[in-house]
Write a new protein. Structure first.
Ligand code: SAM
Length: 456
């Protein structure tokens, strides 16, 4: 039997809708499993499952499969995300009147749940910066964002303080803050073992520090979304109170249908609106979210004079890889070229002066002696050209490709082919007629043992 910290329960009695008995009973049950479907990469996977009420693409699963064994997962057909946190979609739909021409920062983004959700909502003219300060986690974020396949989602790895060098730059900032994690007690054994009042205090101070650091980067009238997976008022309502006392900011009320069973709360001092998810009321885990609008006058960073560095030769060599036209082709690293929306080139020139950009635009690959060597991410991109050579594979072949094992596959036509599973790109092979070379990057390889029964 799971025993929850009494001091936390005592604090939750301050919330009118809190019901100790049913809350404790819900913690004796397993966590709910859910996925969010990709809006563009269509796959049959989970389409018919029960929908998460507040998210069009959210689906509940009746059991937790081994996602690693599903090639559609590797292709980015869906993202495994906790259902309550998909409520971010509902909040953004209410607070954003237009999803075009926005600059959005997801400050604490790894492994990428909120970022893939935001990317699915934004128009291609908008730019999403997915940031993760911890380097090892940033590489997981980069992999997940690459799998999701949008060229207007870029990945950075910076301390929140660094963003103060970009005053008034962002229209929206999402801070899904590191927290004490009590909302995940059902999902993660360690969250319960490691929980302490001292850690809640520490997290609360860190959350204030993170918010203060990133505050200058939000433009006047810009939206701040603050979220945690903690039940502790010190990390939720009290942070809203702190924000309202410290800055010129106003709370935004979200209209939530009663049928959602989301608990609307008001912060004790400043009367700011917040939304709580309790696992005995919703089909999901513990979560807190609030949206606020910056009212403070903010000077906006003036961009230096802009001159495009788009390389026409690269466009000729690699343009065939993409569906979209009207793109710029820029050198984003040694021997590396990326395509991006022309309106984002000035952003790229500016941001690389201040941030550590791990990924900007869609990396296309590099020019070889005789031919273009396509980058892995082209195969996963929603912009990959329909005219590329696609080779359809079955599940066994797909998993062998993803494990970088010998594939039982003959491709008589020489050259580059995208390995395609149920119409979804997985990566590149190059056929030499009598054999094929697997170009899946080594660090993307499935490491899990797969038995004969799993191939089917
Ligand atoms: N938004 C993510 C998602 O939906 O998949 C989950 C984010 S998780 C709740 C919080 C993230 O903040 C972690 O990835 C953690 O590494 C990062 N983090 C830890 N300390 C931080 C700090 N001092 N400043 C900013 N981010 C931090």
């Amino acid at each position: 039997m799971k025993v929850l910290p009494q001091s936390l329960i005592n604090e939750l009695h301050g919330i009118a809708a809190f019901d100790e008995q049913s809350f404790l009973a819900a913690h004796q049950q397993a966590a709910v499993t859910s996925v969010r479907l990709h809006p563009v990469k269509h796959s049959a996977a989970f389409q018919g499952n029960e929908q998460v009420p507040w998210c069009r693409e959210g689906r509940y699963l009746t059991e937790r499969p081994i996602f690693t064994l599903d090639p559609a997962y590797h292709a980015g057909a869906y993202y495994v995300q906790e259902a309550s946190s998909m409520f971010l979609q509902y909040v953004l739909q209410q607070v954003l009147t237009d999803t075009r021409n926005l600059r959005v920062l997801d400050l604490c983004a790894a492994p990428g749940g909120k970022s893939t959700l935001i990317a699915s909502m934004l128009h291609s003219s908008s730019l999403l910066i997915s940031n993760e300060v911890i380097r090892t986690r940033a590489s997981i974020l980069e992999e997940n964002m690459t799998r999701w396949g949008y060229m207007n989602t870029w990945v950075t790895s910076n301390d929140p303080r660094t963003f103060s060098k970009l005053p008034g730059y962002f229209d929206v900032i999402v801070v899904d803050a590191p927290c004490s994690g009590s909302g995940l007690f059902r999902k993660d054994e360690r969250a319960l073992e490691e929980w302490s009042e001292a850690n809640v205090q520490l997290c609360s101070q860190r959350q204030q520090r993170i918010l203060a650091d990133v505050w200058p980067a939000l433009k006047e009238d810009g939206i701040l979304v603050y979220a945690t997976c903690s039940y502790s008022p010190q990390e939720d309502e009290e942070i809203l109170d702190w924000l309202c006392a410290e800055f010129d900011i106003e709370s935004i009320q979200i209209n939530v249908p009663e049928s959602f069973d989301v608990v609307s709360v008001i912060s004790p001092m400043q009367k700011a609106n917040g939304y709580r998810f309790f696992p005995d009321k919703v089909k999901g885990e513990g979560f807190f979210i609030a949206a606020l609008r910056k009212k403070e006058g903010t000077e906006t960073l003036r961009q230096a004079k802009f001159k495009s560095n788009s390389d026409k030769k690269i466009a000729q060599q690699s343009g065939h890889l993409l569906q979209a036209d009207d793109l710029v082709y820029v050198h984003t690293g040694d021997d590396q070229v990326s395509a991006m929306n022309p309106t984002h080139e000035p952003d790229w020139q500016l941001l690389q002066q201040h941030l550590f950009l791990r990924k900007a635009g869609l990396i296309l690959g590099s020019a070889g002696a005789k031919e273009w060597i396509p980058a892995h991410e082209v195969a996963l991109s929603v912009n990959a050209a329909k005219e590329l050579n696609y080779i359809s594979v079955n599940k066994e072949q797909a998993l062998k490709f993803l494990k970088k094992e010998e594939m039982p596959l003959i491709v008589s036509e020489r050259g580059w082919h995208v390995v395609s599973y149920e119409g979804l790109g997985l990566g590149w092979i190059k056929s030499l007629g009598n054999r094929i070379n697997n170009y899946l990057p080594k660090h993307w390889r499935i490491r899990m043992e797969i038995t004969d029964a799993d191939w089917a």
